[in-house]
Design a protein around this ligand. Structure first.
Ligand code: Z57
Length: 833
């Protein structure tokens, strides 16, 4: 490896190498230095914001020392690297995580106290990095934590949105979206103004012949936008390994900022060009499990994919290896179909730029990529119109046509004369408006395709991708059940529970091997242990109750059962089933005598989550929840027996507070619709039980924790199709409990009934696609069982302990090791301190 500094001068560098602080004194010195120089403030004007900034800068410097070591080690070793391409990285806050992963939180806590601050207040100053919508983006963030913690040489590639997911405000019960401008002060990124890539759009393709008569394509004209790299260090837990998340930001290319116009005095329009370029990375699309086919979104995808591939290829070329070795050096994982253009772009680079033969290039491409599918919902499967492609990426469309041609020829050879099959698996959908089916392209261009939980992986192989299983064979398709990082979702979110577990398992090794949790199972019957467990749970509930009081001015009793459903609002996730159940409970309480009412188990129903701004029905669901809360919470007959809470602006840092306070959590999607779910894992790991359907990872959670420790109900996925059919072709009957709920809503008890007419008729008159009516009775029965079992606190806590003990499987470390072995073929690379 070449170094820019010649040997004789390196001594000075080695002598002055930055070591980074290791103790309280060193930390304080760095904080004061940053306050007084970087921030140009002093002890006379250092508020919590400034104290956070300085502490964050101190930790940033500390991370970068490890980051440099890691990058150097990776360059020297030149071993295979993993590239995780994701349009979303829902990172949340970085500082607490950095402190814990470095093992320096106590140092920071004591240091900040010396300087006059409480560490919790300082942590609370940080703005979430919210570059994602929900499960898919948070999964990518957990994966980065595991990749670094397990010492895998890995890079994340994404977009540096100027605006992350919007901030949700609730005004008069309605969701209002406010832009999330989060880059005012972000110490966690390093701008790399020297790492840029020019990206081309539009234009046209000219064909010529080379000296051997081979046809060569030239993509010409159009416009150029420049991608600038911003690097975010990703620290591993209890290892110096610190990986890189590279986010691309768009700006006008220096060639593009039209100096002609500028010199001619057309200043305004040259600035407008600049703005147009910056628009590409301006905003995260706020849809979860929904695709809307907007041109700017396709531009984002190509911009990010092309910049990332250019970077990866540039790094590979430094090693001077033969092209056929590319897949031995590079594994690229596609997080959903959003980066599928990477397949086409690599083929274009190899064929058009590097002059490889088509077949040789294609072999390299397919050996490099793996594709993860995250949904079977038809409205979420990406399709782009051929016309848009032709306009924006003319050369890529040609390559897609060629990929499709060769693929269909191979299918034809294997299954002669099955024309139906050919049209079913064609990348091009021959509809009125021709569409490019991105999932098909992703499958054809990858060597492995995986789903994210067992049921989901089975479903994709038997439904949406079944023809491809026939064509490629079953070995190409696999399952990797999702996981979560126990560092953030146990140690950071629930430090007291983590400490209790450590006290019984001989330290914090369980954070690196979560199966060690099984050692706490023996304490499920231990009175003293249960008491400590219950105290921690209660303290977590008190913390949430205080937050509810301060934000909503509603008093909730921490002794009540806390029932939580926080996740994106979607009809398939069925928050409507939950709120209908709450209304039923309210009506039942109202019908009781005061004495009888007092005997009921008090419950707090907690909701949270964002609706996509254009998703009208999801917004109505939020509205109904808030209206029900307004009535129930102010009804003097009800008091503590029932409270209904909608927590505004659910995000990662709020999840860290809410999840540890759960007694039960709801994961009640229509069977077969939730690919995996990951919050289900977080809730159980934090000592709660699940009420859920047989869907996604709930099924594997049941297998692990045991049937007796989970409240399952509802239709099974194999029965869904028949039920939907019945709803549409026979008179669909609604049971009396649900009818009474509808009547209560229609009587105007919860506000203007017309507001909720569509929500009711979706169930009653329009086929009840999500099977709310089918599952309502068993949902109520199961909630009744929850009430009964919660009364036996000793047994309840024992169940929670046993469940936590059996959750080892759901670490994202296990999940990443499965990808590394089964899909990427990469090995860890240990970095020495
Ligand atoms: C998203 O958050 C998920 C799937 C998608 O296709 C899109 Br787009 C966004 C979620 C699934 O809904 C969850 O079930 C899953 O746990 C998560 O992705 C991670 O795999």
């Amino acid at each position: 490896v070449e170094a820019s500094i010649p040997e004789p001068q390196r001594e000075a560098w080695t002598k002055h190498q930055v070591q980074g602080f290791t103790d309280k004194d060193g930390f304080e010195k760095e904080v004061v230095r940053h306050v007084e120089t970087t921030l140009a403030r002093s002890l006379y004007n250092c508020d919590e914001g400034a104290a956070y900034s300085a502490a964050a800068l101190a930790f940033r410097d500390r991370l970068i020392t490890n980051w440099n070591k890691t990058q150097q080690r990776q360059t020297f070793a030149d071993s295979k690297r993993v590239y995780y391409l994701s349009l979303e990285f829902l990172m949340g806050r970085a500082m607490d995580n950095a402190m814990l992963n470095l093992g320096l939180k106590n140092v920071a806590k004591d240091g900040m106290q010396d300087l006059g601050f409480r560490i919790e207040d300082i942590i609370g100053q940080e703005h979430d990095a919210a570059l994602g919508n929900g499960g898919l983006g948070r999964l990518a963030a957990c994966f980065l934590d595991s990749l670094a913690s397990l010492d895998y040489p890995a890079w994340g590639y994404g977009l540096r949105y100027r605006y992350g997911i919007f901030k949700q405000e609730i005004i008069n019960g309605y969701q209002v979206e406010v832009p999330d401008y989060w880059l005012d002060f972000n110490p966690w990124e390093f701008p790399r103004h020297d790492v840029t890539v020019d990206i081309q759009f539009y234009g046209n393709v000219r064909k010529s012949q080379d000296e051997n008569g081979k046809s060569v394509a030239h993509w010409e004209g159009g416009e150029i936008v420049t991608a600038v790299a911003y690097d975010v260090p990703i620290p591993g837990y209890a290892t110096p390994s610190t990986n890189n998340l590279r986010l691309w930001s768009s700006k006008a290319s220096s060639g593009e900022f039209d100096f002609q116009k500028f010199n001619n005095g057309d200043y305004e329009s040259s600035v407008a060009d600049q703005q147009r370029a910056e628009t590409i990375s301006a905003v995260l699309y706020p849809n979860d499990n929904l695709e809307r086919g907007k041109e700017l979104r396709l531009k984002q995808q190509y911009f990010w994919v092309a910049a990332s591939l250019h970077d990866i290829v540039r790094r590979f070329k430094k090693s001077k290896r033969a092209w056929k070795e590319f897949p031995d050096q590079v594994a690229i994982q596609l997080n959903d179909t959003h980066p599928t253009l990477a397949i086409v772009e690599l083929q274009r680079i190899l064929v058009d730029k590097e002059n490889l033969e088509w077949d040789e290039a294609w072999e390299i491409v397919t050996s490099t990529f793996g594709y993860t599918n995250h949904t079977v919902l038809p409205e979420a499967l990406e399709k782009w119109s051929v016309g848009l492609f032709q306009h924006l990426l003319p050369r890529h469309l040609q390559i897609i046509y060629d990929i499709n041609l060769f693929f269909l020829q191979s299918v034809e050879k294997k299954f002669p004369k099955d024309h139906d099959l050919l049209s079913r698996v064609s990348i091009i959908e021959e509809s009125q408006v021709k569409m490019v089916r991105m999932a098909y392209l992703a499958i054809i261009g990858s060597h492995k395709v995986n789903g994210v939980a067992e049921l989901h992986s089975d479903l994709i192989q038997t439904t949406i991708f079944r023809d491809f299983v026939t064509i490629f064979g079953a070995d190409k398709f696999t399952n990797v059940t999702n996981g979560i990082t126990p560092r953030r979702w146990l140690h950071q979110a629930n430090p007291r529970l983590s400490e209790l577990i450590a006290s019984k398992t001989g330290g914090y090794d369980f954070l690196k091997d979560l199966t060690l949790l099984n050692q706490i199972e023996q304490y499920a019957g231990d009175k003293e242990f249960r008491k400590e467990w219950a105290e921690i749970k209660y303290a977590n509930k008190v913390r949430l109750a205080k937050y509810i009081k301060s934000t909503l001015d509603v008093t909730v009793n921490p002794a009540a059962l806390f029932d939580v459903q926080v996740k994106r609002i979607h009809e398939y996730k069925r928050q409507q089933l939950n709120i209908f159940g709450v209304i039923h409970r309210y009506l039942a309480l109202k019908a009781m005598s005061p004495e009888e009412r007092k005997k009921q188990l008090p419950r707090v129903s907690i909701f949270g989550g964002k609706a996509a701004p254009g998703y009208w029905m999801a917004k109505q669901i939020i509205h109904l929840i808030n209206n029900v809360g307004a009535v129930v919470n102010n009804d003097p007959d009800i008091g503590d027996q029932l409270k209904v809470i909608f927590l505004e602006d659910y995000n990662v840092s709020k999840a860290e507070m809410i999840i540890p306070a759960n007694d039960i959590s709801e994961h009640i999607s229509t069977a077969g619709t939730e690919a995996s779910g990951t919050s289900n894992m977080k809730f159980v790991l934090n000592g709660g039980l699940i009420i859920g359907t047989c869907d996604g990872a709930n099924i594997e959670i049941t297998r692990e924790v045991g049937q007796e420790n989970i409240f399952l109900f509802g239709t099974l996925s194999e029965d869904v199709e028949d039920l939907r059919h019945q709803h549409n072709y026979s008179n669909h009957s609604i049971d009396s409990n649900l009818s009474k709920v509808f009547e209560a809503i229609q009587s105007g008890k919860f506000g203007e009934p017309n507001d909720f007419g569509a929500m009711i008729s979706a169930v009653r008159d329009h086929g009840d696609y999500y099977l709310v009516s089918d599952d309502f009775e068993s949902y109520l029965d199961t909630q009744k069982m929850v009430d009964t079992e919660y009364r036996n606190q000793d047994e309840w806590i024992a169940k929670c302990i046993r469940s936590v003990a059996r959750m080892g499987f759901f670490s994202s470390d296990r999940c990443i090791n499965e990808y590394a072995e089964g899909i990427w073929n990469v090995e860890p690379l240990v970095v020495k301190n």
